[in-house]
Design a protein. Structure first.
Lengths: 477, 342
């Protein structure tokens, strides 16, 4: 029993220390990458790409399911994006509401005959619509049978004719220059092929929007979205920046990411058999390139480019985290060949093991640790003074990491600069290990259980809608 | 096994003495407090800098407006510098702020107003600040300095800028190359002769934008770029020919169809689509069978859409038998298009 206790005790300690080491290493890499990007970005005039005939062509793919309440405004927002060489493909994934009827009426849509050879298998496409109004010449709407997000995106890829695909959630609000910044990495490499780029997604709760454009940035007023705002800062500004530096990114957010169309098709498009289709596609595209020994890169932009609504209730948050965990396990399982496989370089030797040990196993270890703690406490085997010191050590490291992430935000983009924002973020970080993190761990555990029970559902995501100020008259077109 | 575990745990115990954790906790707490202090300090510094910048801009505003609107009788006459501004400009941060303001204005102004801004820049010897940056060992300062000198048309620095066109840092050499083209047009592209590094797509777009309204001055120069050992130089030249619809280079472009680089071949195919003619269509048809890349074959079919005639229909009808569905669709599209044209 004593050995069991010691194993538990030192095992947890070893795990915590190794995680701590990883975080310190990743933070240092993130600083280097962010500084490099900011220095470079200050010298860049992105307007060049807006007007240049040489700017790469882009197809935006926006799948929509039962988005009738906001679909017209969301599409209008996407049509107003500052980029010339663009087509917007909205995919109505068998919505049961009036999304399609609304789109047809608002954008003067009519069925169109398109010459295209579907290269990816999808559910039946009922019709492809184009607008008769030249103002909306960039818009294309696909009406198809319901098949899920991955299926809808594949239908969009089949129809898309441009060089790069930008896959977004239709309810996201993009910054006006988002595409200009997102396509730049594709044009910057000569020795490696850039196969995908991702941008920072920020939390839109409590922000103010007008005519589909962001007018005022506010830190979310409610605790849960605020905790997610902090979590996103940590994940994007530290985590993804660091992995970008190592060219080890495994995930580009499904809410906003760009992909090379040819590579995405060659790799097989989105996988219908996982709820983590965004991560799975990136991993598969990377494998595709590595298997053919083609030098490649997955890039990342630290600019806040996309704003999305975060779950504000524990119920919706739980469903989201449950799905994220299932998606992670499914992806890692599908690509287990990568694990410590030197053939895949950073991907096999660093990214995959990191995701396995510190993203997938972290909630399992934390949960197991908690259960064992209860057992040992009942058995009277806990050295309470040591336990308290160890707990304080781990809590403090968590706070240290969050504080560092907030500092990075202040130094770089400083989006939350209103009086009191900094204080609120720090308080959020202090409360996180008690109010937010345990729930996320619990939801992840439920995700694992659901996966073992072969539950495949996406989990309904109810949105509250953005804060909007009244529309300017006649600004709709 | 038990003995081994015992000894292992004993060893670990020596590394995990509770005192070590106390130290770690103290260190973490101090770092957190330090980070929070740094955060507050940076926020205050940023806010102070922003207000100082705003204040300076307000002080410069009236004076700069009068300079922008000034219609000089004699170009050699210096602008009058108000005493308060002259005093202010003795401070380095104010000179930096004015320099940024002038660069911003110059980017948005042309004609006499732009000339006035440039004259003021010269009068205040602000070029020294930019040149100082250009000579810095830090790449981002170097690039910024070059950008400023180019924006203010400081041709005296051209020889120095030229030496940076082969700089090891991609941003520095891109800015230096852009500056040369901005200041000298086609003559600035002399760095192509010895370009060891590839030109990125972004950089090519930038150079093409600068040359957009300038006709190609010398066919020999363009032909020499088309045989450059650097494939990105050839690619850039083909883009230039496309943008300028320079049909006189058609034969040279056709030669590029057999270039070993796929990048160049792809660009040559697109280029032939932009300069339509019977020889271009024939060259594309001939090249189709020898091209191994499916993507390039599809490009050829798109090119035939633009450059082809009914003479190309028999060739396209032959391709209808291809088993590849995507290719077949492209063929059908081209046939339909050419038939409609006829």
């Amino acid at each position: 029993m004593v050995h069991l206790y010691n194993l538990f005790h030192y095992g947890m300690l070893l795990y915590a220390v190794s995680m701590l080491g990883c975080y310190i290493f990743l933070s240092s890499l993130a600083i280097v990458e962010a500084v490099k990007y900011l220095r470079r970005s200050r010298l860049t005039n992105y307007n060049l790409l807006a007007s240049s005939a040489q700017a790469p062509s882009v197809s935006i793919l926006a799948p929509a399911y039962n988005e009738g309440a906001n679909i017209i405004e969301n599409v209008r927002s996407l049509l107003s994006i500052y980029y010339n060489n663009l087509e917007l493909i909205v995919i109505n994934d068998g919505s049961k509401d009036d999304s399609m009827a609304k789109l047809i009426q608002a954008y003067d849509l009519e069925p169109a005959h398109l010459d295209y050879a579907p290269q990816l298998a999808t559910k039946n496409v009922k019709a492809v619509y184009k607008s008769t109004n030249p103002v909306y010449h960039k818009l294309l709407v696909i009406d198809k049978e319901n098949g899920g997000k991955a299926d809808a995106l594949n239908a969009g890829i089949n129809v898309a004719k441009n060089q790069y695909l930008v896959c977004i959630d239709v309810d996201c609000i993009l910054e006006q220059d988002a595409l200009l910044k997102l396509v730049r990495p594709f044009m910057d490499e000569t020795r490696k092929k850039v196969i995908a780029t991702g941008g920072v997604v920020r939390i839109a709760n409590s922000c103010v929007f007008k005519n589909g454009k962001l007018m005022d940035i506010n830190l979310p007023k409610e605790y849960l979205p605020r905790a997610q705002a902090l979590e996103y800062i940590r994940a994007f500004l530290l985590g993804r920046m660091a992995w970008s530096n190592l060219n080890g990114l495994l995930l580009i957010s499904g809410a906003f990411g760009a992909f090379d169309r040819q590579v995405a098709i060659a790799a097989g498009g989105y996988n219908h058999n996982t709820v983590g289709e965004d991560m799975e596609l990136v991993v598969r595209m990377r494998r595709y390139m590595a298997d053919r020994n083609i030098p490649y890169k997955v890039a990342f932009i630290p600019d806040p480019l996309c704003w999305t609504e975060a779950p504000a209730s524990y119920q919706i948050l739980g469903r989201q985290r449950n799905r994220w965990m299932r998606g992670t396990i499914e992806t890692l399982n599908m690509h287990r060949k990568l694990f410590l496989n030197p053939k895949y370089g950073v991907l096999g030797l660093m990214s995959y093991p990191y995701w396995l040990f510190y993203e997938l196993l972290a909630p399992v270890i934390e949960f197991t640790g908690f259960v064992l703690f209860l057992v040992l406490a009942f058995a009277g085997l806990i050295n309470w003074s040591f336990f308290l010191v160890l707990t304080a050590f781990i809590l403090l490291f968590g706070w240290l990491f969050s504080t560092f992430a907030i500092l990075m935000e202040v130094v770089t983009f400083n989006q939350y600069r209103k009086p009191g924002d900094l204080r609120k973020l720090i308080v959020t970080a202090l409360a996180e290990p008690f109010l937010f993190h345990p729930f996320v761990v619990w939801s992840s555990i439920k995700g694992i259980v659901d996966l073992l029970r072969k539950k495949k559902s996406w989990g309904e995501m109810t949105r509250q809608g953005f804060n909007t100020v009244p529309q300017t008259p006649n600004a709709s077109t | 096994m038990t003995t081994f575990l015992k000894s292992a745990f004993q060893q670990l115990n020596s590394f995990t003495a509770i005192e070590l954790f106390y130290i770690a906790i103290a260190v973490f707490t101090s770092i957190i407090l330090g980070l929070i202090s740094a955060m507050v300090f940076i926020m205050l510094a940023k806010s102070k800098q922003a207000s100082r910048q705003k204040h300076l801009q307000a002080q410069f505003k009236q004076w700069l407006v009068s300079i922008i609107l000034h219609e000089p009788e004699d170009k050699k006459t210096d602008f009058e510098i108000p005493a308060t501004i002259a005093l202010l400009l003795q401070k380095r941060f104010a000179r930096r702020a004015l320099l940024s303001e002038l660069i911003r204005l110059k980017d948005n102004l042309s004609g006499q107003s732009g000339d006035n801004i440039q004259q003021l820049f010269n009068q205040l010897h602000l070029g020294n600040l930019s040149a100082h940056d250009m000579r810095s060992s830090k790449w981002y300062l170097k690039a910024k300095g070059i950008q400023e000198l180019a924006a203010m048309e400081q041709k005296a620095y051209l020889p120095e800028i030229y030496t940076l066109t082969q700089h090891r840092h991609p941003v520095v050499r891109m800015e230096a190359q852009t500056a040369l083209v901005y200041l000298q047009g086609y003559a600035g592209l002399t760095f192509f002769r010895q370009l060891a590094y590839p030109l990125t797509e972004y950089h090519q777009a930038k150079l093409l934008q600068l040359l957009a309204n300038q006709p190609i001055p010398s066919p020999e120069m363009v032909r020499s770029w088309l045989v450059s050992p650097n494939p990105t130089v050839v690619q850039f030249t083909l883009k230039l020919i496309s943008e300028q619809h320079a049909t006189q280079f058609q034969e040279d472009v056709i030669t590029c169809l057999s270039h070993p680089s796929e990048l160049v071949r792809s660009q040559a195919i697109s280029c032939l689509g932009e300069i339509p003619s019977a020889p271009a269509a024939l060259a594309l048809r001939t090249h189709y069978t020898s091209e191994n890349s499916k993507a390039l074959q599809l490009n050829i079919l798109s090119g035939l859409l633009k450059t082809g005639t009914t003479n190309d229909l028999p060739f396209l009808h032959q391709l209808r038998q291809t088993p590849d569905e995507g290719m077949r669709l492209a063929v059908e599209k081209a046939i339909r298009h050419l038939q409609q044209q006829a």
